[in-house]
Design a protein around this ligand. Structure first.
Ligand SMILES: Cc1cc2nc3c(=O)[nH]c(=O)nc-3n(C[C@H](O)[C@H](O)[C@H](O)COP(=O)(O)OP(=O)(O)OC[C@H]3O[C@@H](n4cnc5c(N)ncnc54)[C@H](O)[C@@H]3O)c2cc1C
Length: 488
């Protein structure tokens, strides 16, 4: 039986700065590269076809690069342990190389199962650190310094030998035909997948798109151009954080764009900071970060929830944001925060009722950022300032001409600019002048904004005084912040 090693790809779909691929090359033994679409993970409520399509097209691109070395990523469609069982029937496997995965509880449990299985078979599983995220730490002392040290180390220049594994490989678990067809059919209005496109976006950001990064960061339309837009490439590992960090840090345009590029680089660290949080506590997917917020009741109104999901709340900026993210898979930070704030504060719905809906829409879905960020905006951490965004003010401040609103809500194109942010305030006469009718062409607002804001503020800030919230805040500060910041 042929003796080989395996590289198991997860959220690291690139051919450069890739420690597991590098280790497999250095081991000097034939190796195969695999990716597994696992049915149990695909069935999890956070999973969306657009994520799988992005993964699939990233793999196709990797295969184009690897072709010259007669290598390819073998794609499986089965549970991970079943795939390894099958590989063990065909090969003598020495070592499995992969990156550590900071994921939801389910992938953590899957990893444990795979680890035990491989151990029983006498196979070593070597996992490599990802993006400066450290496994097994119980507090943040020294974390920031280590992160900067990691980011300044050279990136790995992967080289590939010609594939020397000669055995014809029988994939017992190829992609099911129907699923493959769905994966291939990737809509063009999503960002194109893969390593090359990741570099294209990063390069164009540093070459010019990013000069207005700070100025436009909160604007839903303009940030689409001036934002980094590398989030899907980082989320699925087409780019490593270190590659992005070093590229911008060393770029000739940094000197003349210090504020903009500096803010971008800070966010790369935030990215890892959030992943580190989740690495320590992946329960954030379904449990309030501050357990004291489990005691806070919510209205739970399926009609309001559905209106939010469909982008039909009657608040133009909320609806435009929702419809745009459904269609394109991307939204800037401020508007993501506003959508969550509106759901959890103005509509008084439990954050868990909306968290998967947005996970499905985000092409850059990264559980480690998504759940902690969602909860921060929902006000369930007990340690962060709670911002209750007023969607009308956000609209007036960041889309004064209604350009973004009109793009995503065609029903409002005929509404005059002075009414675009609050169309329900038009008199009947004004509505009839422009052939528009609230309730017929566009829904009336589903809540009274002043009233719902007032109730939310009392509720959220009032609950902060709850003893359970205060007690858990201490635990959170001790686990997730640096020593000097624990007792401000
Ligand atoms: C409710 C909510 C859910 C979110 N879910 C995700 C998610 O699933 N995946 C995701 O990548 N980002 C998420 N974010 C953070 C942020 O909105 C996106 O990273 C950002 O909009 C991506 O656009 P960009 O690449 O142009 O970012 P840029 O502004 O160019 O930033 C560069 C990179 O830094 C990281 N980054 C930027 N802002 C943040 C932030 N606030 N926290 C952590 N990392 C950040 C991202 O990796 C981003 O690609 C979420 C924010 C909120 C409020």
């Amino acid at each position: 039986m042929e003796s080989i090693n395996i590289v198991w790809l997860k959220r690291d779909l690139r051919t450069q700065d890739h420690a597991p691929l590098h280790a497999a090359e250095k081991a000097g033994k034939p190796y195969r590269i695999i990716y597994i679409f696992e049915p149990s993970i695909l069935r999890h409520p956070d999973s969306a076809l657009r994520h799988q399509q992005f993964i699939y097209h990233s793999l196709i691109e990797m295969n184009r690069t690897l072709q010259q070395y007669e290598r390819k990523v073998e794609i499986f469609h089965a549970e991970a342990v079943e795939v390894f069982k099958d590989l063990i029937n065909q090969f003598e496997i020495g070592t499995v190389f992969s990156h550590q995965e900071t994921g939801i509880e389910q992938t953590w449990l899957r990893d444990k199962e795979v680890y035990n299985y491989l151990k029983n078979e006498g196979i070593l599983w070597k996992e490599y650190q990802r993006d400066g995220v450290v496994r097994g730490i119980t507090n943040r002392d020294g974390w920031d310094k280590n992160w900067f040290v990691t980011m300044s180390e050279p990136t790995i220049e992967n080289t590939f030998s010609r594939n020397s594994s000669r055995k014809t490989f029988q994939n017992a678990y190829p992609l099911a035909d129907e699923f493959k067809k769905q994966l291939e059919d990737y809509p063009t209005f999503f960002q194109p997948a893969g390593e090359k496109n990741g570099w294209r976006y990063l390069t164009s950001f540093a070459d010019g798109r990013g000069f207005d990064y700070n100025r436009h960061i909160s604007k839903p339309a303009k940030s689409r151009k001036s934002g980094g837009r590398i989030s899907p490439y980082l989320a699925w590992g087409n780019l490593s954080i270190k590659q992005a960090y070093q590229f911008v840090k060393k770029h000739e345009n940094l000197k003349s764009n210090k504020r903009a590029f500096g803010a971008f680089l800070t966010r790369l660290k935030w990215h890892c900071h959030f992943i580190q949080k989740f690495e320590v506590e992946c329960e954030y997917e379904h449990t309030c970060i501050n357990r004291g917020y489990e005691l806070l009741p919510h209205e739970s109104d399926p009609k309001k929830l559905q209106a939010w999901k469909d982008g039909k709340t009657g608040f133009p900026m909320v609806d435009a944001c929702m419809r745009s993210v459904i269609k394109t898979g991307w939204l800037n930070f401020r508007m993501r925060a506003m959508l969550v704030s509106f759901l959890c504060h103005h509509l008084d719905q439990d954050w868990r009722d909306g968290v998967y809906h947005l996970a499905h829409q985000f092409l850059d879905y990264e559980p480690s950022i998504h759940y902690p960020q969602f909860q921060m905006q929902a006000g369930t951490t007990g340690i962060n300032t709670v911002r209750i965004y007023n969607p009308v003010k956000q609209s007036q401040d960041h889309d004064p001409e209604g350009e973004f609103i009109k793009k995503w809500i065609p029903e409002l194109v005929i509404v005059p600019i002075e009414h675009i942010h609050e169309p329900w305030k038009m008199t009947e006469l004004e509505q009839s002048f422009c052939g528009f009718q609230i309730g017929r062409d566009y829904p009336p607002p589903i809540v009274d904004l002043q009233e719902s804001g007032k109730i939310a503020r009392t509720k959220v800030w009032g609950h902060r005084k709850n003893q359970a919230v205060k007690d858990d805040s201490k635990r959170i500060l001790a686990t997730h912040t640096r020593a000097g910041r624990r007792n401000p």
